[in-house]
Design a binder for this molecule. Structure first.
Ligand SMILES: Cc1cc2nc3c(=O)[nH]c(=O)nc-3n(C[C@H](O)[C@H](O)[C@H](O)COP(=O)(O)OP(=O)(O)OC[C@H]3O[C@@H](n4cnc5c(N)ncnc54)[C@H](O)[C@@H]3O)c2cc1C
Length: 364
């Protein structure tokens, strides 16, 4: 089967790898370069911690396990440590822990001493601080995982074309085709759109516009002599190791001002850095090497959309807000669906009513 995959982010790379595992002849068309989209700026915490519905929890939990099965060297299965102080956060964390326990998710309440044993760089917290360990959670280095998946796809015969901007996707009775910006038309058996937050420029899948709740800042520090081996969530700052002693910082309460069309205000980096000594020792003299504004790929109807968008089943779309968590799983499930094996895990996330139905042979 010939398949054109649109987009070489983490999702497109995973889907390309999954398709080549099944013997498909894959061409990946990427407008800019691999990782140029959201994947290039992601916190990349692998988890099902905040899943808002049962079907989404089941999907994300399977996504977490698929990372273990893939076993890439980009995957850091070191767990996630969270602490909470103050009434609102304590109540929220406590409810989440109980909900996750009910779902048989790995979660342990631990003492301050146990937390410090795990992460010797933690600052001393006031009495009443609650510590929770999510031992199965993880983080990845997204560029490395992207490279791993693309290399697998290439080894399976896939071609990756950079600078190949798709402007139109067409479904016909005998297959599909894409029209590139230079007017070139490629025919194929199936098109899989993995265009991330630009999905709505190709297909009728409504996406949330970049704004509050869909954008965020990520700051990378200079290398620091601070031991940190896992994702750390605290009241005012989330931190994870970013390789070479660097730390990746984010704070959701600062994200409201993030606009991917504008350079980040210097005060954001300063504010993130100012919060770091409250969380970790040995961070004196840290500076921000890089700060990025990133925009999520968020479908208007929820966290994930996956499925065929045409009656003839020649055009498939997959777009998700948690692409790093789900990528290895989507490699398998999406490739399976393209080959005719429907996934029960993806069934609740069909494009459904948000995609205008159109008969085979019409232009999308
Ligand atoms: C601040 C922030 C923190 C995050 N933290 C996490 C986290 O902790 N855990 C997690 O699981 N997820 C997280 N995410 C989300 C995750 O990073 C994304 O879901 C994931 O990277 C999306 O991957 P993608 O391949 O779908 O999209 P992208 O990486 O955006 O890739 C899409 C690609 O398609 C290309 N493209 C678009 N249109 C066309 C076209 N017409 N023709 C050809 N190519 C095209 C683009 O150039 C791009 O390279 C975070 C996101 C943000 C913004």
């Amino acid at each position: 089967m010939r398949v054109v995959v649109i987009g070489a982010g983490i999702v497109g790379a995973a889907v390309a790898a999954g398709l080549t595992r099944r013997g498909a002849q894959v061409t990946v068309l990427e407008e800019r370069f691999p990782g140029a989209g959201t994947t290039g700026a992601s916190f990349a915490w692998v988890n099902a911690n905040h899943a808002d519905s049962e079907p989404y929890f089941t999907l994300a939990h399977a996504g977490l396990h698929a990372h273990y099965a893939l076993g890439s060297d980009a995957f850091q299965p070191t767990g996630h440590l969270e602490w909470a102080t103050g009434d609102g956060r304590l109540v929220e964390l406590s409810r989440r822990v109980e909900r996750l326990r009910g779902r048989e998710y790995a979660v342990e309440r631990i003492t301050a001493d146990q937390a410090t044993e795990l992460e010797p760089g933690l600052t001393t917290r006031p009495e009443g601080t609650e510590y929770v360990l999510f031992p199965e959670e993880a983080h990845v280095f997204p560029a490395r995982l992207l490279g791993r998946l693309l290399a697998e796809a290439r080894a399976g015969g896939a071609e990756v074309e950079n600078g190949a901007a798709v402007r139109e996707v067409r479904s016909g009775s005998a297959g599909a085709s894409v029209v590139l910006a230079d007017g070139d038309v490629r025919t194929t058996d199936v098109v899989v759109s993995c265009a991330g937050r630009w999905t709505d420029m190709l297909l009728d899948i409504p996406m949330r516009v970049p704004g509050v709740g869909t954008t965020g800042y990520l700051a990378t520090t200079s290398p620091l002599p601070t031991p940190l081996s896992r994702v750390l969530t605290t009241d005012g700052l989330s931190v994870r190791p970013d390789g070479g002693g660097r730390l990746l910082l984010r704070a959701r309460d600062l994200d409201f001002a993030a606009d991917p069309a504008l350079p980040p205000a210097p005060r954001i980096g300063a504010e993130l850095l100012a919060r770091l000594p409250e969380v970790l020792t040995g961070t004196e003299g840290a500076h921000v090497e890089q700060i990025r504004v990133a925009a999520h790929a968020t479908p208007a109807r929820g966290r994930t959309v996956a499925g065929f968008v045409d009656d003839a089943e020649h055009v498939y779309a997959v777009v998700t807000r948690d692409g790093v968590t789900l990528a290895p799983l989507l490699a398998d499930l999406v490739a399976g669906e393209v080959y005719g094996t429907e996934s029960a895990l993806l069934a609740p996330f069909r494009p459904g009513a948000d995609v205008l139905a159109f008969p085979a042979g019409t232009s999308l």
